[in-house]
Design a protein around this ligand. Sequence first.
Ligand code: ADP
Length: 595
Amino acid sequence: MKSNVLEAKTRDRSNDKETIKLFWRATMRYKRNVAISALLVTANVILLTVVAPLFVGKTLAALAIPDGEPLRYFVLFIGAALLGIVFNRIGHPYAMAHQAIVARDLTERALTSLLRRSVGFHNDRVGGKLVSDVLDFTAAYLQMASAVFIDALPLATTLLIGSAIIYVESVPLGLFITIMTVTIIGLGIRTSIQMRPRRYRRLEAGKKMTAHLADTITNVQTVKTFGAEDRELREHQKLGQIFADIRVEDWSLISRRGNNRMLILVIFQALFVLITIWLVRHDPALLGVGIFAFTFTITLSNRLFTVNQLIRIIEESLLQASPMTAVISDQPEITDKPGASELRIQGGQVELQNVSFRYHDADRNNYVFTNLNLTIKPGERVGLVGPSGGGKSTLTRLLLRFDDVTDGAILIDGQNIADVTQTSLRQHIAYVPQEPLLFHRSIKENIAYGKPGASPAEIKEAARLAHADEFINKLKDGYDTIVGERGVKLSGGQRQRVAIARAILKNAPILILDEATSALDSESEVLIQEALWELMKGRTAIVIAHRLSTIQKMDRIVVLSEGKIVEEGSHKQLLRKKGLYAKLWSHQSGGFIEE
Ligand code: ADP
C-alpha cells in the first residue's frame, strides 16, 4: 500500500504534453466544427447565465421605478432564455458529434500504432491490457473534450462577460465577484492538489485490478486446468478490496468537502446580500444590477466549485491516456528505411552473412548468434534441427524481420531484408508457426487471409491440397464454421492444416515452417506430411524439423547448437558422421527427434 502511494506521487508526467498534443491535433483537424460548437455552447451558456438573469434584474428593478417597463424586460428575458435553449439544443449534439468523430480517429491512430509495433513488443504484453489501453485513450479524450468545451470554456467566457457587465454598473459588486471567484478557484486548486496522490493511488489500484482481470480471462483455459478459479477469484478480491477501500475513503472525503463548500457558499451569499443592501440604500438605480449580480453569483459559484472536478477529470484523463500515448509516440522497434524498395524475387535464395544477434532485453554479451553464415539455394529444402534453445526459432524470426540482426545481414536474392519494406518481405514468405493461431472468424475467411479476395474455388482447392477439405466438409457449417477465439474449436492437427491451406493459397516463393512438436494421431500425421510436401513444392523451404519423416526427405539438414552450425549435410551423411545429429537421431522416440 505504502509503495503504491510512493509510486503514485512520483508518477511519470512526461507523456502529458504528448497526450495534449495528440488530442489537440486530432481535434483541430476539424477546425470548422470546433469553432461552431464552441460558439454555440458558449452562446447558450452566456444567454442563460448572463443575459437572461440580467433581464430578470431589469424587470424587477423596473417595477420599482414609476415609468419603468417591466413587461419589455420580461419579454426580453423570455427571448434570451428561449434562444439559449435553442442554442443548447443545436450546440450540444453538434459538439458531441464532433467529439465522436475525433474519438473515432484516435482509436484508428491507436490501432495503426499497435499494428506497427513489432511482434516482440506484443509478446511482452497482455493483449487484453492493450485493448483496454486503446479504450481508455479514447475515453480520456471524450472526458477531456467535454471538460474543456462543455464546461471550462463556457465558464471562463461567462465569467469574463458577466463580471465586465457588473464592473461597468458597480465596481464594488464587481470586486466582490472577483474576490469570490479567486477564492473558490483557489480552494478548488488546493483540493485538487491535496487529492492528487489519492487519485493516483486509486488509478494505480484500478490498473492492477484490470491487468489481473485481463490476464485471468486470456488464460482461462490454464486457470481451469489447474482448478484455480477460486485462487484467481481470491486474488481479484484482494485487488478489488484495495480499490474499494480507496474509493470509500475518497467518497467520504469528497462528501466532507461538499459540506464545507455549502458553508462557504452561504457565507458568500450572506455577504453579498449585505453589500447589495448597503449599495442600493445609497443608490436605488443599482437594484437591477444587484438582482442580476445575485443570480449570477449563485449560478457562478456553483459552477466554480466544479473547477476542482475539472482539474481532476483532466489529470485523470491524462493519466488514463498515458500508456497508449507512449505506444503512439515511441518509435516502432522495426521500421522501414526511408525510401525502402520492394523486395524482388528471382529464385528465392536466402543468405545469412556474418549474422550476430542478441535480444534487446538479454545481457550485453548474451548473443544467440555470432557471425553466423548460411546460404540456402533457390528451391532448396533445408531442415533445421538441434537441441532446444539452439536458436532455430530465433533464426526464423530474423528471416521474417520480427527482429533486426544486431550485426551482419540477411539477403534474399541479393537484397538486404533491412533495405526492403517489411510488407514486401513478408508478402514473399509463407510462415506456418508451430501453434498456428486462427482468427475468430469463419474457416473460409481464415484460409483466404493468405490471398484477400480469393474465390471459393481457390479456397476449396487450397484446403484440398492441405488435406483440410475432408474435415471441413464434415463440420455442421462447413467453410462457414466459426473457429472460436484463436481457433480453439479445432484440433491442433486441424488448425495446422488450415494454416497450411492458407500458406498454399498465399503462394509465396519462400516458406518458413515450424513443425508441430505435439503428437498427432497417425492419420493426421500422414495427412499433414502430405500437405507439407505439397506446400514445399517449388519453393525455398526452411523447416524447423521435429519429425523423422520430414527430416529424411530434406535436401540438407543444418544442425544448430548454441547458435552455431555444428553440422550440415543430408540425413545419410550426418548419420555417418556420428556427431550430434547421429546422437539426436539415436534418441529418437515415437517419430520425433528428442531435443
Ligand atoms: P530453439 O528454437 O532452437 O529452441 P530459440 O531460438 O527459441 O531456440 O532460443 C535461442 C535463445 O534465445 C535461447 O537461449 C532463448 O532463451 C533465447 N530467447 C528466445 N526468445 C527470446 C526473447 N524473446 N527474449 C530473450 N531471449 C530469448
